[in-house]
Write a protein that binds this ligand. Structure first.
Ligand SMILES: Cc1ncc(COP(=O)(O)O)c(C=O)c1O
Length: 420
């Protein structure tokens, strides 16, 4: 089918959840996506932070080919070779003790929320007071299912589906006093993205993270760090919380973990894990042999190809280049991020929209979040030459657009766009 026929068919047949760009991708190679006309696009978005090793990576291709001939699915009623091996790799790198595998980010969050409630219940049965309330952060994003969306700040995601899970209170971003005021023994868990992704690439402050750790330690509540976008190397460390020198009780992973196959994981401490017993939680597909085999290959490839060092090197090059661009173009109000999770905030939503469209015309894929923020989530195998190409394009576009017109002012309290 051609693009226009697909568009027509989808508009009749699919639930209208997405506003897709009119491009039909048919394959990918390295850092490039290729459309049905053979045009190549430099992909600095990687399917919203998923295709960390780029496209057609031999390690992924080979693993899928071999594993698909052996076993794709068994359910969680039986053993297979992959889960323990993958759990070992993840627990060693995260400092956690146990893993639960599922199929997506939002499911990993659901597992973390359920674990927190069960953990608090277990504490109550030992005579300790630990309530059922969650604290989450303003501008945080944790997914679309009823629990995750309840912990997601933006009202437009929650309101049409009300009532979502009750007992979530939002804390002002990086506001330590607000966190202290809202925290009590009624709280069973505090949920934080170390670097807010959909919220516009905002790292939480060291003081805020440390306070969250100290408060949760003081009552026995769980600290959950959502690493679905920032985790597994993207920020230059395996886990973004490792930049803070703290160890959470629970962390969640998904996007890049299985090279584009659906897989999510919740990792937790032995103490938290004690709250879950057979039958309390589970999934049919989660942690299947194919997804686990690919995830093992992804982790081993990141290690073998020294990609964490590479991310740090090209990430700081990209950051510097964006800062140089900021000096030249006053329309860039801030450059933020860690490793290859980067953002350039512009002074108007209109300009950000135009820049995105112009980048697309030049066949460079980025996206816009929180209205005014250009977000870069490129593959870990990105080269400096690709960064130069993107920076040159941005420079040309911003020069053509001239000084920013008085538009919507960039601010972290503004609404935004989530396309995932
Ligand atoms: C930090 C964070 N948590 C959770 C999710 C939800 O993940 P999924 O879309 O796989 O359900 C996302 C997705 O963007 C995310 O960025």
């Amino acid at each position: 089918m051609k693009l226009d026929a697909i568009q027509a068919a989808e508009s009749k047949l699919l639930l209208s959840t997405y506003e897709r760009n009119p491009i039909l991708f048919v394959r990918g190679e390295g850092v490039h996506l290729i459309d049905e006309k053979g045009d190549r696009y430099l992909d600095l978005l990687t399917g919203i932070g998923v295709n960390a090793l780029g496209y057609s990576h031999p390690a992924i291709e080979q693993t899928i080919a071999e594993q698909s001939k052996k076993l794709i699915h068994t359910s969680n009623l039986f053993f297979h070779e992959g889960q323990a091996e993958l759990a070992l790799r993840l627990t060693e790198r995260s400092g956690m003790d146990r893993a639960f595998f599922c199929n997506s980010g939002t499911e990993a969050i659901e597992a973390a929320l359920k674990l927190s409630r069960a953990h608090a219940g277990a504490k109550r049965s030992e005579g300790k007071h630990l309530g059922t309330k969650f604290l989450a952060l303003e501008h945080g994003f944790h997914g679309r299912t009823m629990g995750s969306v309840a912990a997601t700040h933006k009202e437009k995601y929650r309101e049409p589906f009300a009532p979502v899970m009750p007992d979530v209170e939002f804390v002002r971003f990086n506001d330590v006093a607000d966190l202290e005021a809202k925290f009590s023994s009624d709280v069973c868990a505090v949920l934080i993205e170390a670097v807010q992704g959909e919220g516009g690439i905002h790292p939480v402050s060291q003081e805020f993270m440390q306070t969250a750790r100290d408060l949760t330690h003081s009552t026995g509540a769980l600290l959950i760090v959502d690493e679905i976008q920032a985790g597994l190397g993207r920020t230059g460390k395996w886990f973004a919380y490792q930049h803070y020198g703290i160890q959470p009780d629970v962390t969640t992973l998904a996007k890049p973990i299985a090279g584009g196959l659906p897989l999510g994981a919740m990792l937790c401490t032995e103490e938290a894990a004690q709250a879950i017993h057979p039958g309390m939680h589970g999934t049919t597909f989660g942690g299947g042999p194919l997804a686990c085999a690919v995830a093992i290959a992804v982790i081993d490839t990141i290690e073998k190809e020294h990609l964490l060092d590479h991310i740090n090197e090209v990430g700081s090059y990209f950051h510097q280049k964006l800062e140089q661009l900021q000096k030249k173009h006053s329309a860039i109000t801030e450059v933020r991020g860690l490793g290859l999770m980067l953002a350039a905030e512009l002074d108007s939503a209109e300009l950000a929209k135009t820049v995105l469209a112009e980048m697309l015309k030049r066949r460079i894929l980025i996206n816009r979040t929180s209205e005014t923020v250009l977000r870069f989530l490129p593959p870990y195998i990105l080269g400096k030459e690709h960064i130069d190409e993107a920076i040159d394009a941005l420079d040309t576009i911003l020069t053509q657009q001239g000084p920013a017109t008085a538009g919507e002012q960039a601010h972290h309290t503004k609404g935004g766009t989530h396309i995932g």
